[in-house]
Ligand binder design. Structure first.
Ligand SMILES: [Zn+2]
Length: 178
């Protein structure tokens, strides 16, 4: 909120200094009445699973990013583009980042996330690999690695317990054990 206020100081239309609107996450221009609500950025996270080998546990796709904590195994994620539904963003991000098609895209839950800047809302989804034999392909720029892990032997470097990423990973493990 503080960062947003600092970076939204002046009216974009008439250059007057904006004032906070009491009780709202918004500012208003005293000169021209321009109303400036805090813009939310929505991003999607997807936990993709596939059946494991005969007799083996289901597998979960985890990826490593080129930016941020590079050792962390995380989920495929990305910001929405203008005019896109959450579900469409899931299909696009998964296709772009790891070259896979997914099915059974199911809403899981959401979490406001201030770590990557003001006003980010994360929406979590579960999905299954449309082709269970397909292997992920990473571009080497945004992602450095992508791998299927059996849910009973996930790596130790997972997202923190307070993150929706981790809740999704834990839910995938629980679902696979049923
Ligand atoms: Zn103005």
């Amino acid at each position: 909120m503080l960062t947003w206020r600092r970076t939204h100081r002046w009216c974009g239309a008439c250059r007057e200094e904006l004032a906070d609107v009491p009780g709202e996450t918004a500012r208003r221009c005293p000169g021209c009445e321009l109303y400036v609500p805090m813009g939310l950025s929505a991003a999607v996270l997807t936990a993709i699973t596939r059946p494991g080998p005969a007799g083996g546990a289901d597998e979960l796709l985890l990826v490593r990013h080129a930016y941020g904590p590079a050792e962390l195994w995380a989920l495929v994620a990305g910001y929405l583009e203008a005019g896109e539904s959450l579900e469409a963003a899931v299909h696009r991000e998964v296709a772009e980042e790891v070259g896979l098609a997914v099915g059974r895209v199911t809403y899981f839950g959401s979490q406001p996330w201030a770590m990557s800047g003001p006003g980010t809302l994360l929406a979590g989804f579960t999905a299954t690999a449309a082709d269970p034999t397909a292997e992920p392909v990473v571009d080497g720029r945004e992602l450095t690695q992508a791998r299927w892990f059996p849910v009973d032997s996930l790596p130790a470097e997972l997202p923190p317990a307070y993150s929706i990423s981790r809740w999704l990973i834990d839910a995938a493990v629980t679902a696979a054990r049923r």
